[in-house]
Design a protein around this ligand. Sequence first.
Ligand SMILES: [Zn+2]
Length: 139
Amino acid sequence: MTADALLGRLDKVRARGRGQWSARCPAHEDRGPSLSIRELDDGRVLLHCFGGCNVHAIVAAVGLDIADLFPPRDTTPGAGAQRERRPFSAQQLLDLAAFESSIVVLVTADLVAGRDADRGRLIEAAARLQRIAEVARGV
Ligand SMILES: [Zn+2]
């Protein structure tokens, strides 16, 4: 799907730039727009709740499934195998790294300010950045 199908089910959706939105998180009692939504060029949708909800809870709260965050698979013969070998382009890896880095900055800012910070997400961001580096190296 595209992000539109998800955005249509969320409240207080605001555009934050090309392929980026914020909205009220459907998975917790959200006063501010804690949910960040990002659509990548290949149709995948990235979600992050700054209240700490996990992605499964967020999509379930609007009646969707995690698989709905991914574009439908290309069923032309050979296309699947090709995609399995190189699932990400360099640009996509950079986009993912930029997204994870922005999470590191935001969580760190919360920590420094003495606010409730999502330490688990910080550790996850570090792990994802590590994984992105591995994928870039072809590991
Ligand atoms: Zn939430």
